[in-house]
Design a protein around this ligand. Sequence first.
Ligand code: J2J
Length: 553
Amino acid sequence: TTPTAEGTVPWPEETAARYRQEGLWRDLPLHAVLMESAKGREDKVALVDGDVRITFGELVDRVEAAAARLLDIGLRPDDRIVLQLPNSWQFAVLTLACFRAGIVPVMALPGHRLHEMRAVAEVAEARAVAVPERIKDFDHRRLAQQVAEEVASVEMIMISGTAQADEVSLDDLLRPSASEDSPKEKAGGIPQPDPDLVLMFLLSGGTTGMPKLIARTHNDYDYNIRECSRVSGLSEDTVYLVALPAGHNFPLGCPGLLGALFAGGTVVMLSSPHPVKALQTIQNEGVTVTAAVPAVAQRWIDYVEETADLPDISSLKVLQVGGSRFPDELAARVRPVLGCTLQQVFGMAEGLINMTRLDDPEEVITTTQGRPVSSADDIRIVDPLGQDLPDGQPGSILTRGPYTPRGYYRAPEANERSFVEGWYSSGDIVERRPDGNLVVHGRDKDIINRGGEKISAEEVESLVYRLSAIEMAAAVAMPDPSLGEGLCLYVKLREGENITLEQVRTELTDAGLAPFKLPERLEIIDEIPMTRVGKINKKALREDVRRRMEPSS
Ligand code: J2J
């Protein structure tokens, strides 16, 4: 029998055996894939971050040395580090060093605050938190200190920048092995991680009050990356731009920065997808492929259309777009305006990745969200009773497969709801066309998808109840011209009370909620509409806010 990490839900034995037998699971620790791609390319640039250029040879050296140092400072295999770093070479090297040592990174986002960081550190029982000193005017060191104060397991703060005496300096930890070689010698000797065990935790964009952790194994993620790389046409000629937050599944491994490195290509880290910087970087580095959410793709398209003196972006061959529904009209503008092939991606950190193929007819590329990257992915489209629907009829999508885990980490209750007899129910309403391509029509899960960042309505609502003026609250999606959706908060007040949007935002900020989850509009109403089964009628509220926002003519 295969070992199973505590708190995870394994694939059934027979299924795992079949994935092995068919060569989908290779039983390689992920760093072995990097070692293989680095072979014969020692002097080729693997990683670019501003002026920093790291060759494959240097990358392997740093990763090996850092893995040994992580163990030297007292971490052990299966320990967890909450990683909250901006897109940077440090992000890539630390992640790979964790993989090498069998230490498990928890992929937090730079936008997360105490509410999220504390929750994931607690569930993961993290021993360390890795942060930059600050990003813009936010003090991440202070945030890490608060997490360490409030979460008993956290005993180490790793700082990218100038570390203080009681902190671990990431610049020091991630330095090359050259000057002192004891760690390097030991690196070869540190044990290989078990490929069936947890590689990392991704964060779910799920619906519950707290973020859920998704344990991905070496075996499943290696396969995920391989299939995505194949479908996206990665090769050693690839220059991949990381413009979305690197801790997201999409830019990390679909095929993302890991796919590009494993293909022997080059990865360029950029801290923001702002069009001026992004397009200049595409020209400077000869970027061939990148991933964007629809809101980012729209900004790039608008910018190119509006700007006279543009950088030359003709190196860009493929623009992947996913994370939320890419409107067909915008999709149709990608090739004419940006001069590259659009690849629509409908994916999820829980596993299943769908992509249009690069040689699909333009109609498929601009109006569908593609099909599973692997023939081993199983998909069903079902009605509310769980009955399979014929092609052409929208319903709930269920999926299982070699890179879709069977449950969240340490979350039996959430698993009851989201996993049905081994099938993951993502809450998306999807139509499968007769040609196999999927079209996403909407969702029946209670989230707000704000420019690709998922916000759990329940998470926001539960914090809103800290305001004593509020008797009842409902967070709903409202239309937003640039982000697709924004967050509108409906409230019913207690007798004689009043409240402003600013007060709500201040209270939620004080509670440590990530800024991207703050409501952007407040509607105070006398009665919150309810459904017949006694739940808040969110559909009615979404229609209501849509009506209120219509320009009065
Ligand atoms: C509509 N909804 C989409 C799309 C995701 C690649 C791409 C995206 C993600 C991601 C990812 C959508 N059209 N094209 O992990 O590797 C919504 C669905 C889905 C949820 C998953 C990747 N692409 N979505 O977005 O875990 O609602 O992953 O269930 O953040 O995003 O969110 P997340």
